[in-house]
Design a protein around this ligand. Sequence first.
Ligand SMILES: [Zn+2]
Length: 241
Amino acid sequence: MAPPRPRIAHSAALLAAAIAGLLPGASRSEPAAWFPDPPASRAYFWEPAPCPGCSPLRARPEWLRMAALAGIPAPRFLRAPDELSGQAFASPPGAVALSPSALALDGCQLAFVVGHEIAHLAQRHFDEDAATLFALSGSAPSASARGEDALALLDFDFGLALRVAHLWQAQEAEADWIGSLLAAQAAACRIEEGALPYLRASESGGGLGAAHAPSPARAQALLPFSESARRLASSSLEASP
Ligand SMILES: [Zn+2]
């Protein structure tokens, strides 16, 4: 969940084995009725990036349910060896990596973290970033078919990072509420059991050019979704045997 854009740039560079994308033969499922439409950004090609020390991670059933509710094939889940690229991160177009500390989280907090990363993939935030970076740097969205070429524009250009930070923050806020509702419907986790204790325990975010708002602001922004999450969690419990 930590600094995503440098992180997505990072993960594009780090996460090779990870990506290659949507699993062969996997099909896109129908998203949950409440799930927002994906952005209209063009789809860029993302090169698989190396992920040194990462190993395949067996998906928990609730993670697969969250991907289905988001309307995407199951991501490739990876166990990262450390926190160097963040506690958890999504890598385009279809990988989610979890660090040892993320995997040690309580079940509902982990469901929120995984749901947040699945939301980034489902909403194709990386494609949105690429199109925006091309536009802000004066290039056409079709300047390159490769997403990495857009991310490379950020190298040594802190001013460009500042100009795109508002988009990153909007994407993080979107991933927070979507992740909360995915965790509610797929794992019967209320916001008070997953997102809020997670955010209370992780004092981070904020600052110049930051992608994440400070944790207390993130928690505050989720409160309007609390009742919806409670209802989804209740229906989920009633539906389970
Ligand atoms: Zn994020």
